[in-house]
Design a protein. Structure first.
Length: 246
C-alpha cells in the first residue's frame, strides 16, 4: 500500500483542523489513500475529550498575552502543548484496510512503535509506560522516564485523525503552562536534550516518515502540497472563486 506524505512546515492549528477534515472526507470517499501529515504549529494548547481546564496552570489573559491559542478538540486525552520545534503528525488512515483490521488499541501501539524506532535512530532509547499512552525515555537507577512524544487520536467510521507530537527541539519551558496530558509526576523532554548530537527537524521528519512506512507496511510517497493530493477539491475551490469574481 501507498502512504501519502505531506510535509507542510509551520501551519496555524485551525488551518490544520480544516485540512484534516478535507482529508478525512476524501479518505471516506476513497479519493485518497492513507496519508500522513507532518508539520509544526505556532504555540497552541489543545484540550481533548477528557481534558480538565485545571490542568492549564495560567490564565486565559496570560496565554493571550503570550500569543498562545486554546482549542477544544475531539481527540482522546487531556491537555497538551504544541509549538515550534515540535513535530506534529496527523495520520489519516482507514483502519479497515489493514489485514487483520486494526483496532484502536492496536493502532495506538503502532504509533508508539514508529516513534520509538525513530527515537532509536538518533540514539535515544525510548519505550512505552504501562497505562500511559505516549513515548518515554528509558528509566534507569534513580532517573525516571520522561515523556518525549504525546499521542491523542480520534477514530470515526474506521478513519483516524489527530495523532502525535514528538518533541524535537522546542522550548521546554512552554510545557510549564500546563500539566502535560494530566500527568504531574513526570518531566517532558526532547530529542535535543536526549540525543548526542541533537538532530535537526528535517532529519527527524524524514526518519519518522520512514519508520511509519516500515511499521504500517506502506511505501511512502512524498506529495508536494495538499492541492496535489486533493485535485478535485482544489479545482472546485478555484471554480467557486472564479464564479464569485464574476
Amino acid at each position: 500500500m501507498i502512504l501519502n506524505l505531506l510535509q507542510l512546515g509551520s501551519v496555524p492549528y485551525r488551518g490544520a483542523l480544516d485540512l484534516q477534515r478535507q482529508l478525512i472526507d476524501a479518505r471516506h470517499e476513497g479519493r485518497i489513500g492513507n496519508t500522513l501529515v507532518l508539520l509544526e504549529h505556532p504555540p497552541v494548547l489543545t484540550l481533548g475529550r477528557n481534558a480538565s481546564r485545571a490542568n492549564i496552570l495560567v490564565s486565559d489573559e496570560f496565554l493571550a498575552h503570550r500569543g498562545v491559542e486554546i482549542h477544544e478538540v475531539n481527540r482522546g486525552g487531556d491537555v497538551t502543548y504544541h509549538g515550534p520545534g515540535q513535530l506534529v503528525g496527523y495520520p489519516i488512515f482507514d483502519l479497515r484496510n489493514f489485514t487483520p483490521r486494526l483496532g484502536a488499541v492496536d493502532y495506538v501501539r503502532l504509533l508508539e512503535e514508529a516513534l520509538i524506532r525513530a527515537c532509536g535512530d538518533f540514539g535515544v532509547r525510548a519505550t512505552r509506560v504501562a497505562g500511559r499512552t505516549g513515548v518515554w525515555t528509558m528509566a534507569g537507577g534513580s532517573i525516571r522516564e520522561k515523556k518525549v512524544a504525546a499521542i491523542g487520536v480520534h477514530i470515526a467510521r474506521g478513519i483516524t485523525s489527530h495523532g502525535f507530537a514528538l518533541n524535537v527541539n522546542p522550548d521546554l519551558r512552554d510545557f510549564e503552562l500546563i500539566v502535560p496530558c494530566g500527568i504531574a509526576d513526570r518531566e517532558v523532554t526532547s530529542l535535543e536534550r536526549e540525543a548526542d548530537p541533537p538532530p535537526g527537524m528535517e532529519a527527524v521528519r524524514n526518519t519518522v516518515a520512514r519508520q511509519f512506512g516500515h511499521v504500517f507496511g506502506h511505501q511512502v510517497l512524498w506529495v508536494q502540497s495538499p492541492e496535489d493530493l486533493l485535485p478535485i477539491a482544489a479545482t472546485a475551490a478555484k471554480a467557486s472563486a472564479a464564479i464569485a469574481d464574476l
